[in-house]
Every structure is written in C-alpha cells, then in structure tokens.
Design a protein. Structure first.
Length: 259
C-alpha cells in the first residue's frame, strides 16, 4: 500500500513510518519542517519526504495531486497545550484548533476527493482518549479531539458509499515528547492517572494492524478506556467528580517509571 503520514519526523508519526517500511509499504512522510524530515529519513531512500502545512487547504491540494494515487492517509500531527478556563492563552487556543481540528479536516477532505474517484481508500485520524474524556486542565485539547471524533463519524457515513473508510484512533497517554512536556504540570495531572503510558510502537502496531485490516469507525487503546470514556459521556457529572479525586493520583505518577 501507499501511505501518506503526517507528523512523520517524531513520536507516533515517525514510529508509524518505520513500522510501515518494515511491512513493505510505500511511504510519503509529511511535515512542516522539510529539513527535519529529510534528516530523520536520510538513511531510508524508499521514503519520500514532502513539506506540508496541514492548516493550508491549498498545500493539502498540492500534496494530494503530487502523490496520488495513494491508499491511506494517516493524520498523526497534533499539538497540546494544557490550561484551565480563565487562564487560556489565545495563541495556544488557535494552534490547537488550527492543527488538531482544521488540519485534520482539510487533509481528510482533500484525500477524500481523490479516494471517491478511485472508489477505495482509508483515512485514519489520530485523536486521543481525550476524544471521549474531557479532562479539566486540558480543556481546549479535549475540545479539539471531541471535534475530530465527531468529524470522523460523520465523514465515515459520507464516504461509505465510495468504499472509503474513516477511522478515529484514540490512544491514551503515549511516551512521546508531548507527554514529556506535560510532566510536572498540575493542569495535566489527569493525563497520568492510568496504569502506564503506551509505547509509540503499540499505537503504530494498532494502526498498521487491526485498524488497517478491519477499518473500524473508531479504535481506542487501551480498549477499556474506550468503554469507560463513553460511559463518562453519558454521566459527565460523575466523570467530573471522579476526575477531582484522580488528579492527586496523576500528580503522584509524574515520576513513575510507567510513564
């Protein structure tokens, strides 16, 4: 398969690229910083690197036209800034909405136009368990990931007649630079309440394994977080009550070897 992967120079995105290569896929690695991409994949001549501003519809159109036809778009790129309501920084709000929501939608839209014509394809958008939970302290990030989930479900309905699948992948805390930036930040304490953080390889294996093979509408990992998150949506008051109790546990886990 030919895969287009955003956020391909670090974290989950880079791990997906590496695993996709090992599986024999053809990969186009996409990111805002072309020099960083090229440095990351200089020893992998089979990887095509291309510069992409995911918040630009015109740039997305250029990328799709340049690399079509392709089978799968994997939208990994995302940003996170913690902060409580009343203390939010406008530039951080804009960045999360632009990258996490606008970028995901524009990319899926551009890919879908091509995939509809070829009557097949798969769009995989990496959300978060924050697509289900709305943790206080990560308010805008949660809002952005809730939006991504809503878009994915609706887009899956739009594209099903064209044999184009849309999947939301929602991992919990993952051992990446994004997680490290939250360590020690009381606003992000709820991110550290689980038993452990996932390795990027676990997320990549899910994306390139059951998600690619079964094409589900959504896939959460750990799987138990998906069910608990949906229950939290039904009873938000209960979730918020439990979140207050869980915050202290998360703060204690800042220095845990499991995170």
């Amino acid at each position: 398969m030919k895969l287009l992967i955003t956020g391909a120079n670090r974290g989950i995105g880079a791990t997906v690229v590496e695993m996709a290569l090992a599986q024999g896929h053809q990969v186009v690695a996409l990111g805002r910083n072309l020099a960083s991409l090229q440095a990351c994949w200089k020893n992998h001549p089979q990887v095509t690197c291309d510069q992409l501003d995911i918040t630009s519809a015109d740039n997305w159109q250029v990328i799709v036209e340049r690399h079509q036809p392709f089978d799968v778009l994997i939208n990994v790129a995302g940003v996170l800034y913690s902060g409580q309501t009343g203390e939010l920084k406008p530039d951080e709000v804009a960045a999360m909405l632009d990258v996490n929501v606008k970028g995901t939608i524009l990319g899926a839209n551009a890919a879908a136009a091509m995939m509809r014509q070829q009557k097949q394809g798969h769009i995989i958008n990496v959300g978060s368990t924050a697509s289900l939970y709305a943790p206080p302290g990560n308010t805008v990030y949660a809002a952005s990931k809730f939006a991504v989930r809503g878009f994915c479900i609706a887009a899956a309905g739009d594209l099903k007649p064209y044999n184009v699948a849309v999947t939301l992948v929602g991992p919990g805390a993952v051992k990446t630079d994004m997680l490290e930036k939250q360590r020690g930040n009381d606003d992000a304490a709820l991110t550290f309440t689980g038993k452990r953080a996932l390795d990027p390889e676990e997320v990549a294996a899910a994306i390139l394994g059951p998600v690619l093979e079964q094409r589900p509408i959504e896939y959460f990992l750990p799987r138990s977080d998906g069910w608990m998150g949906k229950l939290s949506n039904v009873f938000p008051g209960l979730f918020l009550a439990l979140a207050e109790r869980a915050r202290a546990k998360g703060a204690k886990n800042f220095n845990s070897r499991h995170f």
